[in-house]
Unconditional design. Structure first.
Lengths: 437, 304, 294
């Protein structure tokens, strides 16, 4: 009972869908300056970008510079260093002397820290953004335990099958028209036959393969089952869950053999180097393709994961929302809030866009009609789904997702035959979790 | 006897002026305070916390859990047994292979063969490197595009075969890398010890027809008792404390779980829980054995 | 007669044996050096060269460009400086406190001497993970008490103090073992002269401790320099990281440019290698003082 996480997807999945579809036709209004009251914003602000990658840092620096140009307030930006390490140490980071503003992720990862008093309440700032912030994103950013928001949504992205159009063309394959699992297997086989990796995988970080697990689960058992499973209302030992793992095992022969030696960036590099066919991943790294060359970026495409069980079709998708949070222990909390609000505002998003950020923005003022082809496709991929999820490690308790699910999937990939033993272990671990405080 | 002792005592008591007493108190007090407050109090606190549920943030959230964390580890954490197995492998490998090799190497280099000084340095070089550097160096050897990959016929990065994540061999790979450092360490320790053994003893034993092994066992080994003790302790402690190398190679993923990493992941990671404290206590209890053994050997004379 | 024959036979046999052993040890030594040599070789080549022509290709250029780039892009110099800002005070304080403890427990016979020595030595051997979580809380708490949370957390001071607290045990142990070999008479005469405790330590004992102090300082500098765990958990700011823990981050950031990373790794290894080659004698005796005289 007490192990359950109150998921906030219910309202979000319907409203967000509206945002995605409506967004396509939405024409941006005039460039209004952000509504933040300059009277409160004082003193320099510090800002941590959740990346150590050149493109991401460049965009974060552009935000800092644009804010300085607009308000005269100094923003010191720094990279978080290794992203996984930053995420691992986030609780200690926030208890110490964190930067005022940091890039973060909506969902359990935010709500849990908010409940511990480590994050500043941003409800006022969300309110200030007014109609710039669509309802769906607000409800997605709302902490169910107090109804407040602790993150300002900035960007989001779908999880789907990524590939390079040129590669598939050369292979004579057409991923756009994979409707069923059989089609998909044929595609993987076709890719592999030509000497490429069929289904790129890099699960060193422990979370990358969760994306494949989640999508298989919603395809086979549906959205409700998936959310129930992540919240302890269904069991890992249920046959329905085991079926998902067994389906997962069918993909292993098409993966690169060193999937536990490389992380998500290793997968991205495989795709960049045209060494693999399909890759199941969120599209946040599309910026890196653009940074390499426009040609590479134009070659990139995404399609939804194929249908498996006709009862559920392709009605669900992982589309996590990223944003900025403000540390309660920061040196300049008020200034941080102002800056965070500004990042989420139209001005902030335009600054990011100008610096080469190709993301889908949460802000409704951004002109989606001018989105490039890839972004329109991303919106379409999200738009076709009825249910939107945050991603497994944001929809689930941190002390289960990171420490239990991650290693369990890694162990499964190592030895798919041990599936029964693995799910037994997962269920035991779930049952042994302490109540959430 | 008694009188001398008594007179000594009086003399000393007289010698302790107020200033001296203050000096002595500072001499002992400052280091002891630092050591106790920085090491022992946190260590004891961790032991206490291992019996609680806590996420490491607010002190008011600490809740009594009894043995629940330990119960979870022993009954619901398959990783624990994987880690225990890997630490045991590490210990066995070091005890049965790496340490004897280091001793053998020392024993042979001690024959004053030509260039022994150079060899000594060569074998010792890995020991002065940090484990972070060692991890990176071996990634250059074994990772994609590495020398070993190329020698095996996979020079292209995308065709690289998995070595660190090949679960049939990665235990040996990790232990091999760890040995690269450990063997030199043991060698140098033993070599220093051997220098204090009279070489004529060895020669005499050999002339008397003793085999090399007999000479080692009957003559050299017993003379090396203090070094043997420290080598045993280093071997055991290093096997249990292993962390840096695994962190550099596998990050916090479960590539090759060991106890030190489980403590880290559970106590420091985003899932901070006192499961980590319980892991730390288990690690502590395992380390206590060599610590007590060591202290007993070293301080036996003082106690007697 | 027979003794001489046997002796000659023995020597011949030994010579043959020595030859084989030498050959074996030489080959083994070469293998031992391969990883380091390979890393060095890698660091001299540009990344593009390896990518285009393969790992075994004849290098088109061999130079120190990677070192210059690493120096510029990786802030190696800053990290190296940080390492020494931490290591040098740590070693000085550890040796100072260690010598105080060793002095008192060996020169004065207090009842608790042995227990103190036991406590310190055992503390040195504890797994560091056992200490971490409460220490982190304590650092934040002490910081808040004085109104500066960065007093110990994310600061060189905090890092230095935890190193000193842990390493003191070893220094105390080694120096007390050494001091037991210093004749008691030296102290007796100092006491008879009416020297104060401080002068007894400073003028009589400390000068005699030169050999273990020299040895320990060399050994400990490399230990602290190589230390990894505390720097990752206690240092938040990238510009305060010592080189060893910064390498972990650089590894992630430059993962695709092996050759640059190789240059960084070699630069990180250089200080300890230099210390070792220049001060090898001190280094070795530091390791063995604790064991052979114990």
């Amino acid at each position: 009972m007490s192990n359950e996480v109150t998921e906030n997807g219910v309202s979000r999945r319907t409203v967000l869908k509206g945002a995605a579809l409506g967004g396509l036709g939405l024409v941006g209004g005039g460039t209004l300056l952000s509504s933040c009251g300059d009277d409160k914003a004082t003193g320099p602000v510090t800002f941590t970008a959740r990346t150590n990658d050149e493109t991401g840092l460049k965009i974060a620096q552009a935000l800092a510079d644009a804010y300085k140009a607009e308000t005269g307030i100094d923003v010191t930006m720094q990279g978080s260093g290794d992203t996984n390490a930053f995420q691992d140490g986030i609780s200690q980071y926030l208890q110490g002397t964190p930067d005022d503003v940091f890039q973060w992720m909506a969902g359990f990862r935010t709500n849990f820290r908010a409940d511990q008093g480590l994050l500043a309440d941003l409800s006022e700032n969300i309110k200030n953004l007014g109609d710039q912030m669509p309802e769906g994103f607000i409800s997605g950013a709302t902490n169910p335990s107090d109804g407040k928001q602790y993150i300002i949504p900035t960007t989001w992205y779908p999880w789907g099958l990524h590939y390079r159009k040129s590669t598939m063309k050369e292979l004579g394959l057409d991923p756009e028209n994979i409707a069923t699992w059989d089609d998909f297997m044929k595609l993987l086989e076709g890719t592999q036959k030509k000497g490429l990796i069929g289904y790129a995988m890099g699960d060193k970080g422990g979370w990358e393969a969760m994306g494949t697990f989640s999508i298989l689960n919603v395809r086979i058992n549906g959205y409700d089952y998936h959310i129930d499973l992540l919240n302890g209302r269904k069991k890992w030992t249920d046959q329905a869950t085991i079926d998902v793992f067994n389906q997962f095992a069918l993909l292993i022969p098409y993966m690169n053999k060193n999937f536990l030696d490389i992380s998500w960036d290793g997968m991205r590099d495989l795709l960049l180097a045209k060494k693999c066919g399909a890759m199941m991943m969120g599209s946040w790294w599309a910026n890196d393709f653009k940074a390499k060359s426009q040609e590479d970026y134009d070659d990139l495409w995404i399609v939804p994961f194929p249908e498996i069980n006709p009862a559920y079709g392709r009605d669900s998708i992982d589309a996590p929302v990223d944003g900025v949070s403000v540390a309660a222990n920061g040196a300049n909390v008020e200034g941080g809030k102002q800056f965070a609000e500004w990042i989420g505002s139209e001005a902030g998003m335009l600054a990011a866009q100008a610096a080469g950020d190709t993301s889908l923005y949460a802000n409704s003022r951004l002109d989606t009609s001018e989105y490039d082809a890839f972004n329109k496709q991303k919106l379409a991929v999200i738009g076709e789904a009825k249910n939107v999820m945050n991603f497994l490690d944001r929809d689930c308790r941190n002390d289960f997702a990171g420490t239990i699910v991650g290693p369990a999937i890694q162990n499964f990939l190592k030895a798919p035959k041990d599936v029964n033993k693995i799910v037994d272990g997962m269920q035991e671990a779930w049952d042994a979790l302490p109540p959430l405080e | 006897m008694t009188t001398t002792a008594a007179s000594k005592k009086t003399r000393r008591r007289r010698a302790f002026s107020r200033g001296d007493r203050f000096t002595l108190a500072m001499f002992l007090g400052v280091p002891t305070f630092l050591h106790v407050v920085w090491v022992w109090i946190p260590a004891i606190a961790t032991i206490g916390l291992s019996f609680t549920y806590w996420n490491g943030v607010s002190l008011s959230n600490i809740r009594w859990a009894g043995l629940a964390n330990y119960d979870t580890i022993f009954t619901a954490s398959p990783q624990f047994y994987d880690a225990l197995r890997n630490n045991t492998y590490w210990l066995l490998w070091f005890t049965l292979i790496a340490t004897p090799l280091g001793v053998l190497l020392a024993y042979q280099i001690d024959r004053k063969i030509r260039g022994s000084k150079i060899y000594e340095s060569v074998y010792y070089i890995p020991v002065v490197l940090s484990l972070a550097v060692i991890g990176i160096i071996w990634k250059f050897m074994l990772g994609p595009g590495g020398l070993v990959q190329a020698l095996l016929g996979y020079p292209e990065i995308e065709r690289a075969i998995p070595i660190f994540s090949n679960y049939d061999i990665n235990t040996y790979v990790i232990l091999g890398i760890a040995s690269w450092r450990h063997i030199g360490y043991i060698m140098l320790l033993y070599l220093a010890g051997l220098k204090s053994v009279d070489p004529s003893l060895r020669e005499a034993a050999a002339i008397d027809g003793a085999t090399e092994w007999q000479t080692f066992r009957k003559v050299v080994f017993p003379a090396m008792k203090p070094v043997n003790t420290i080598i045993i302790v280093i071997t055991v402690i290093e096997s249990l404390r292993a962390f840096d190398l695994i962190y550099i190679i596998y990050g916090t993923s479960t590539g090759w779980p060991i106890l030190g990493m489980l403590v880290f992941v559970n106590i420091y990671g985003q899932a901070a829980s006192m499961l980590g404290a319980a892991y730390a206590v288990i690690l502590f209890l395992l380390s206590i054995i060599p610590i007590v053994f060591y202290l007993r050997t070293v301080f036996r004379d003082d106690v007697a | 007669m027979s003794g001489i024959v046997q002796d000659k036979k023995y020597r011949d046999r030994q010579k043959r044996k020595d030859f084989f052993i030498t050959v074996f040890i030489a080959i083994f030594a070469f293998v031992w050096m391969v990883p380091l040599l390979w890393t060095f070789w890698t660091s001299l080549r540009p990344y593009s060269d390896v990518i285009q022509n393969g790992v075994f290709s004849k290098p088109s250029t061999l130079n120190f460009q990677n070192y210059i780039t690493a120096y510029d892009r990786m802030d190696i110099w800053e990290y190296l400086t940080n390492s020494f800002i931490v290591a040098i005070p740590t070693v000085i304080l550890t040796l100072f406190f260690g010598s105080l403890m060793a002095f008192v427990v060996t020169r004065y016979s207090f009842k608790f001497n042995l227990y103190l020595l036991l406590l310190f030595t055992a503390g040195n051997l504890l797994p560091v993970q056992l200490v971490y979580a409460p220490l982190f809380k304590m650092y934040i708490w002490i910081g808040d008490l004085v109104g500066n949370r960065n007093l110990l957390y994310d600061s060189f001071t905090g890092l230095i103090l935890v190193h000193v607290a842990l390493q003191m045990g070893f220094a105390t142990f080694v120096m007390s073992s050494y001091m037991k070999t210093i004749p008691k008479e030296i102290s007796e005469s100092a006491l008879l002269d009416g020297a104060s405790v401080f002068r007894h330590y400073w003028n009589v004992i400390l000068p005699l401790l030169r050999p273990p102090l020299a040895a320990l300082s060399v050994l400990m500098t490399t230990w602290i320099y190589n230390e990894f765990f505390w720097a990752i958990v206690l240092i938040k700011s990238d510009n305060k990281r010592p080189i060893t823990s910064a390498l972990g981050r650089l590894q992630g950031e430059f993962v695709t440019d092996f050759n640059l990373l190789a240059a960084g790794a070699i630069m990180a290894a250089l200080p300890t290698l230099l210390i070792f080659f220049i001060l090898k004698r001190q280094f070795v005796s530091g390791l063995t003082l604790g064991s052979t005289k114990g």
